[in-house]
Write a protein that binds this ligand. Structure first.
Ligand code: PEP
Ligand code: MN
Length: 344
């Protein structure tokens, strides 16, 4: 439930609404906006006396949020959420943020080479898994903490911000300490203990769409993060399971404008995992930018054929540089721009 205040409501009137909500045993989330302030009521169990809140001075209207997800919905917050990252980088504004790097951190030489290459091509963030959620228990599981240290070293050298995955609630603190954005992978989209831990972390979260998750399920997963107090959430479309093995997944491009309509949160696209095929990554990256994606996540490996994981969908640095050129051109057409690296 959302209590929308009149344009000229005083701080004291807003405070009275907050108190009334708390007295009723719910949590209040005041949200100052450009036009007006709204106060969100969190934890509505259907027993809220809306008329009591509606009668308070300075209240314009009481809105019942119709979607099952509340705080992530556009009804709750009309303006786009802009996630602010260190160095002035923003996700969800005019700029399209490109995060690139290998599927997994494999060695110091590999991650440093990848970092330099993606930075030189114009990426602003480095991706790379230190903890890898693998379908098979016999596949490479990542370098763990050592991988995080190597990512931090690459950040120091290149100035790229780090996005890396936490695979369990216990790992969130470690990833939050070393990384700039905590990634929650497709296989963990509904790991609610992990979502709660990431919701309590003091770092932004990149939440990937589950392998067979509906948009509503994705937004409800994001709701867990916001319900715990973390509003710095970036969603990611990475394809969903289809019936045709011709591509690894089915890239759901429509998810991008759909999420923008239903939610105020930014959404980026990952055409690498969505297609699983190296030569499909650039065309689908172009399409994602054209569809309005707020960023891209691209797997780039210095030597894709020798990649320990996801080599078939990893592109080489020169291919990535070409992808960046093409995406800059598409961004220009739709009145956006690809974020530029800040000098290290
Ligand atoms: C990844 O980005 O490293 C990854 C494992 O992707 P997903 O969770 O989308 O499968
Ligand atoms: Mn991968």
């Amino acid at each position: 439930m959302l209590i929308v205040m009149q344009k000229n409501a005083t701080p004291a009137q807003i405070q009275r609404v907050v108190h009334a909500i708390e007295e009723m045993g719910y949590q209040a989330r005041p949200m100052p906006g450009k036009q007006r302030t709204a106060v969100g009521l969190v934890g509505n169990d259907g027993k809220v006396d809306a008329s009591r809140l509606g009668a308070l001075e300075g209240v314009l209207e009481v809105i019942h949020v119709s979607q099952p997800y509340k705080q992530v919905s556009r009804e709750w917050k009309a303006e786009n959420t802009i996630v602010r990252l260190p160095g002035g980088l923003t996700v969800g504004g005019d700029e399209i943020v490109v995060m690139a790097g290998p599927c997994a951190v494999e060695s110091e030489a590999q991650i440093l080479e990848a970092a330099r290459a993606v930075r030189d091509a114009g990426a602003v963030m480095l991706r790379g898994g230190a903890f890898k959620p693998r379908t098979s228990p016999y596949s490479f599981q990542g370098l763990g903490r050592k991988g995080l240290e190597l990512l931090a070293k690459a950040r120091e050298e290149t100035g790229l911000l780090i996005v890396t995955e936490a695979v369990d609630a216990e790992g969130v603190e470690l990833v939050a300490r070393w990384g700039d954005v905590i990634q929650i992978g497709a296989r963990n989209m509904q790991n609610f203990a992990l979502l709660k831990a990431a919701g309590q972390a003091k770092k932004p979260v990149l939440l990937k769409r589950g392998i067979a998750a509906t948009i509503t399920e994705l937004l409800l997963a994001a709701e867990y993060l916001l319900a715990e107090g973390n509003t710095n959430v970036i969603l990611c479309e990475r394809g969903v399971r289809g019936f045709d093995p011709a591509t690894r997944n089915v890239f759901d491009l429509t998810a991008i404008p759909l999420v923008h309509r239903l939610s105020h949160l930014p959404i980026i696209a990952d055409p690498s995992h969505a297609t699983g095929l190296r030569d499909k990554v650039t065309p689908m990256a172009r399409a994602a930018v054209a569809a309005g994606a707020d960023g891209l996540m691209i797997e780039v490996h210095p030597d894709p054929d020798r990649a320990v994981s996801d080599g078939a969908q990893s592109i080489a640095p020169d291919q990535f540089a070409e992808l960046m050129r093409q995406c800059r051109a598409i961004a220009d057409v739709i009145g956006r721009r690809v974020a530029e690296p800040v000098e290290a």
